[in-house]
Design a protein around this ligand. Structure first.
Ligand SMILES: C[S@@+](CC[C@H](N)C(=O)[O-])C[C@H]1O[C@@H](n2cnc3c(N)ncnc32)[C@H](O)[C@@H]1O
Length: 273
């Protein structure tokens, strides 16, 4: 419990300070999963949908375009403020995925785009999603596929292994790629009360303007990976940057770096009984 509190505080502080950086580096990447995510819960007109870990509200905005009544919730106050600024007609609330500020049976669908891997107690978030869903309601979430499929992570983690130190003291959280395993998604959905679990892969491409942009995105717009990079010596960090630049250059097409970054999409249904 203590470890998960420290991890939450670490993630919370991180996400309070990288709003514009996250949007610039990841905004055009994570939106690629929104269509399949919303399809997995059948998002449409008249449905009440909760977007957990909404960030700047990308998913919430697309769900609203489909005619759903949407609420976005996020732990980071600056993220919530950014969601409200961009989408003044959508309701955004500050709140914790592991203790949702909503009554039982209040949504038809709960979605979470790239949120699970930032939670100290992701199982608890699914228990909460189950509680706030009406019977028959659907949950869906995305996470990153594991490296080497997610080339951006593969390049950076390999460079840290080769030139730096991967066992630096950071608040301990669940394995970053835990839900990249389809079987883990299925088991956890079942264990938290969901029926008919489904797991698919969503192809995504991270288009970056220059080979250095990958290192800068990981260092300036993430929380856990940035923490790992911050803990390296200056000398190691220089070597890591050089290795990342060289590896990313191999993915250049017409001057743009195109990195495959597939997502794993999992969904389930709250049984009627
Ligand atoms: C990788 S961003 C995902 C943002 C957005 N859903 C997207 O599609 O790009 C992760 C988000 O999770 C939020 N977050 C982290 N821990 C949370 C928690 N315990 N409860 C709610 N949101 C949380 C962060 O503030 C951040 O906005």
């Amino acid at each position: 419990m203590m470890a998960s509190k420290q991890f939450k505080a670490f993630e919370h502080a991180g996400w309070e300070s990288v709003v514009s950086e996250y949007d610039a580096a990841f905004g055009h990447l994570t939106i690629q999963a929104i269509g399949p995510l919303l399809d997995a819960v059948g998002a449409g007109r008249g449905m009440r949908l909760l977007d957990v870990a909404t960030g700047p509200g990308y998913v919430a905005a697309e769900a609203a375009k489909r005619g759903a009544g949407v609420v976005g919730v996020d732990l980071s106050a600056p993220m919530v403020a950014e969601g409200r600024r961009r989408h003044p007609t959508i309701e955004f609330r500050e709140g914790d995925a592991e203790a949702l500020p909503f009554p039982a049976d209040s949504f038809d669908a709960v979605v979470m785009n790239f949120g699970m891997l930032h939670l100290g107690r992701p199982d608890e978030a699914l228990v909460e999603a189950h509680r706030v869903l009406r019977p028959g309601g659907r949950v869906a979430f995305t996470v990153w596929a594991k490296p080497p499929e997610t080339v951006g992570f593969d390049i950076v983690l390999r460079a840290i292994q080769a030139h730096g130190n991967t066992s630096v003291p950071l608040p301990e959280g669940p394995p970053f790629f835990r839900f990249s395993e389809p079987e883990e998604c299925v088991q956890t959905l079942h264990a938290t009360g969901f029926a008919h679990p489904r797991v698919t892969t969503v192809p995504q491409c991270w288009c970056l303007p220059a080979p250095d942009a990958l290192f800068e995105a990981m260092r300036g717009a993430t929380v856990r990976t940035a923490g790992l990079l911050r803990a390296q010596t200056d000398r190691a960090l220089d070597a890591i940057r050089t290795a990342v630049r060289a590896a990313a250059s191999a993915y250049s097409r017409d001057g743009i770096i195109e990195l495959p970054m597939p997502a794993v999409l999992a969904s389930g249904v709250k049984s009627d009984s």
